[in-house]
Design a protein around this ligand. Structure first.
Ligand code: PBG
Length: 331
């Protein structure tokens, strides 16, 4: 190449830091680590073998035995925790199975604490929707409206049942106004001040919960738009989060994750408690369906998904891929 034809290249070259795997690893801004991942698990009453969930390939409703194996594996992989959802045999208008110490969720808490309580944070969903025959997250008035304040009293009792079963952290997910304050007070008054609260603070009325409804055999007819948030609203999500922090939430959550990464970022910038994001059933199902068709590189897409949620600002991610991602990260 002669002097005349030499092209003067750029002095500043960002690509220099992308040249080798070691360089890329060294300058990575975001890390997904197993300890920041929480595995949601479903346990169904009176099941002798795990039962597949067709819209969530690879995810099952657990029996008592298969649940123990799943949480033992989660502990071995170094996950941060597990979030338990119970599916009762019988539902009723008040969701009484949620309060019963021998109810499916409370028994599962005791089982899991006995199995891995010293290694994992054991968390439980604190909501009535799996236990009510109408499928709503709260109690209904005679004309079928969700009754916020009656529901709060039920959540307080549910928190006590879960604390008595040994839970580390409760996850109030029903989006009733004042739920965090009521749960915090009930726990404290009963001597459970060590039990922490993961508040589902900015929870949106989302189509991406679809497969979850199958996962928990939901009875819901209609929608949850009078209590879950309108997808159009981000400022309102921050407002909900700030209220929950003021009410005593130890961690706050944004849910779903991927369609709301802007909300995750706003929330991360607005509070000084850890922020969780829930990579929900529909997000899982979409990627799995594309992978099953050979349309996407499944493992790379899983890790990219989790990285994007962390990059948006989530400290903790609830994801059905938690155990698998931990295995991928180890490899
Ligand atoms: C309500 C609850 C829901 C999910 C977690 N907790 C469903 C809903 O609000 O309708 C959804 C989780 C998912 O889609 O993965 N207890």
């Amino acid at each position: 190449m002669t002097e005349e034809t030499h092209v003067q290249g750029p002095t500043i070259r960002p690509r220099r830091l992308r040249r080798t795997p070691a360089l890329r690893r060294m300058v990575a801004e975001t890390h997904v680590v197993p300890s920041s991942l929480v595995l949601p698990v479903f346990i169904r009453e009176s099941l002798s073998d795990p039962h597949p969930i067709s819209s969530m390939p690879g995810v099952v409703q657990h029996s008592r035995d298969s649940l123990k194996r799943a949480v033992a594996e989660a502990a071995e992989l170094g996950l941060g925790g597990v979030m338990l959802f119970g599916i009762p045999e019988h539902k009723d208008a008040t969701g009484s199975g949620a309060l019963d110490p021998a109810g499916v969720l409370n028994l599962a808490i005791t089982d899991v604490v006995a199995e891995v309580g010293d290694q994992l944070t054991v968390m439980s969903d604190l909501c009535l929707d799996e236990f009510t025959d109408h499928g709503h997250c709260g109690l209904l008035t005679p004309d079928g409206e969700v009754d916020n304040d009656q529901t709060l009293a039920a959540y307080a009792e549910m928190a006590l049942a879960q604390a008595a079963a040994g839970v580390d952290m409760v996850g109030p997910s029903g989006m009733m106004d004042g739920q965090v304050a009521v749960v915090r007070k009930a726990l404290d008054d009963a001597g459970h001040s060590h039990v922490s609260v993961l508040a589902y603070s900015a929870k949106y009325a989302s189509a991406f919960f679809g497969p979850f409804r199958e996962a928990v055999d939901s009875s819901l007819v209609g929608d949850r738009r009078t209590y879950q948030q309108d997808p159009a609203n981000a400022l309102e999500g921050v407002r909900e989060v700030l209220l929950d922090v003021a009410e005593g939430a130890d961690l706050v959550m944004v849910k779903p994750a991927l369609p709301y990464l802007d909300v995750v970022r706003r929330v991360r910038d607005a509070v000084d408690v850890p922020v969780a994001a829930y990579n929900v059933s529909g997000e899982y199902a979409m990627l799995e369906a594309a992978a099953a068709n050979g349309w996407i590189d499944r493992e790379a897409a899983i890790l990219e998904t989790l990285t994007s949620i962390r990059r948006a600002g989530a400290d903790v991610i609830l994801t059905y891929w938690a155990s698998e991602a931990a295995r991928l990260l180890r490899a």
